[in-house]
Design a protein around this ligand. Structure first.
Ligand code: SDX
Length: 425
């Protein structure tokens, strides 16, 4: 029997059906309220499900994250970013032959057209890599918009292949632009993560030279960032896509949303914060600032809208960080500050009472710095990892009937009043 909840509006009892989840919380279907002359109110969508989805499940209380039912810990240990990309988009793990064909398909599409590279002529070495990435991904629409039918599943698959294949190349091009170095084309003999590192750190005319421990750590970072249900940037992609906008433009909107320091920009903000703290003697002062209601300062890399327990990705990221530091023999004082900050913060009542734990961005930034990725590139790496998630959600929405996203509001402005001529004001 379908569950329901009842609310009483002006003495009238209204039944609202409860829709059952396969995992986690059920939802009250409030669509019928429009006929009752009342709206729901939930700024920030803390208690609002904007859609249904089969892609990713998070249990914030238990620290659970699953892509298509597979726990993130298992995927991070046993899978690859391209296999996870296939899983997110298609809903099942590929067979060996399917995976090989998908990998070949992606690697063969990694190059960007020669003339397209001139989009970077409009930028300088000082241009922020996220600005360049957002512009370049939107620019891909100039190559693929003509004849693209978003209601044709083959066209949607083509779009996904293009975006997953080209985002590492575009990301590496933004890095090369900041370094004032020539772009390096993808090398078909390398895998996905190896190619990204080669296109970043390789030199024109030289054979690839990629450290396998580093490329494995980078691939794991991509996996950990691949999807996260209806976070702000994914919701932006869905909202932009709901207008039937070009998918490359909708993804560019998601990239713009990710850039914010409250979201994907946090990994860059974590490093800026650790550098500002400088050494362990300053930590108490910053932990106090983070608790001061009158101070806008927040401990970057801590807290999460959904995880009220440890972010499972942070646990995996922490072990990956240790592996990279061991491989590179890095002894970065910022890591010591980070570990001490985590220890102090987790002993403070303020953080314990608010369930503020380190999130994925807390350790990803330190790991990327150890690999030699400059801080302004950190959110571009997040963009690269999240690409399959974004395009899988866009595809899922387009695969069945959907409505344009158009929230309503609680109006608190002035009531009706007549215009007054300027001479009479
Ligand atoms: C990502 O949604 C996703 O899934 C995102 C993401 C993904 O994979 O897509 O997981 C990636 O964005 C991770 C989050 C990265 N952001 C940061 O690390 C920035 C620092 N964190 C905060 O800005 C904050 O924790 C948020 C934005 C992440 C979550 O904010 P919420 O859920 O809106 O919580 P809130 O702002 O209502 O805070 C609740 C309380 C408040 O105090 P009180 O008013 O109750 O006294 O906790 C406090 C906040 O002031 N608080 C913090 C804090 N985070 C929350 N205080 C100090 N430092 C912090 N980091």
């Amino acid at each position: 029997m379908t569950q329901k909840v009842q609310i009483i509006i002006d003495g009238k009892t209204v039944d609202l059906p409860v829709l059952e989840a396969t995992e986690g919380r059920n939802v009250v279907d409030v669509r019928g309220l429009i006929n009752e002359g009342i709206y729901t109110y939930d700024p920030g969508f803390l208690s609002t499900a904007a859609c249904d989805s089969e892609i990713t499940y998070i249990d914030g209380d238990e620290g659970v994250l699953m892509y298509r039912g597979y726990p993130i810990e298992q995927l991070a240990e046993k899978s690859s970013h391209l296999e996870v990309s296939y899983l997110l988009f298609n809903g099942h793990l590929p067979s060996a032959s399917e995976l090989k064909a998908f990998e070949q398909e992606i690697i063969s599409r990694m190059a960007v057209d020669e003339h397209f590279q001139h989009i970077f002529d409009g930028f300088t070495a000082q241009s922020h890599p996220m600005s360049m990435t957002c512009a370049a991904v939107a620019g891909l629409a100039s190559l693929y918009h003509e004849g693209l039918d978003i209601y044709d599943e083959d066209h949607r698959r083509e779009t996904a292949l293009n975006l997953i294949a080209k985002i590492p190349t575009i990301a590496a091009m933004t890095y090369k632009k900041t370094q004032g170095e020539a772009f390096i084309p993808p090398d078909p003999s390398l895998n996905y993560a190896e190619n990204f590192l080669h296109m970043c750190f390789g030199k024109k005319g030289r054979a690839p030279d990629v450290n396998p421990v580093i490329s494995a750590a980078m691939d794991r970072i991509f996996i950990l960032h691949a999807d996260h249900e209806q976070n702000a940037s994914t919701s932006t992609v869905r909202l932009a896509g709901s207008t039937e906008a070009d998918p490359y433009a909708a993804i560019a909107a998601g990239i713009a949303a990710l850039w914010g320091p409250s979201h994907g920009g946090a990994n860059e903000a974590v490093l800026d914060m650790l550098s500002e703290i400088g050494d362990e003697s300053q930590i108490d002062q910053y932990v106090a600032k983070a608790q001061d209601k009158d101070d806008p300062f927040r401990l970057m890399g801590f807290g999460h809208r959904v995880y009220k327990n440890f972010d499972p990705r942070a646990t995996v990221m922490q072990s990956s960080c240790d592996a990279v530091f061991k491989e590179l023999g890095v002894d970065d004082p910022l890591l010591n500050v980070a570990r001490k900050l985590e220890q102090i913060a987790r002993e403070e009542d303020y953080f314990i009472e608010r369930n503020l734990y380190p999130n994925i961005d807390f350790y990803s930034g330190i790991t990327l710095k150890a690999i030699g990725i400059p801080v302004p590139m950190f959110t571009v790496i997040f963009t690269l990892g999240r690409m399959p998630g974004w395009i899988s959600h866009w595809n899922e929405m387009l695969s069945s009937p959907f409505k344009i996203g158009r929230p309503r509001q609680l109006y608190l402005g002035p009531g009706p009043r007549d215009y007054v001529d300027v001479g009479s004001r």
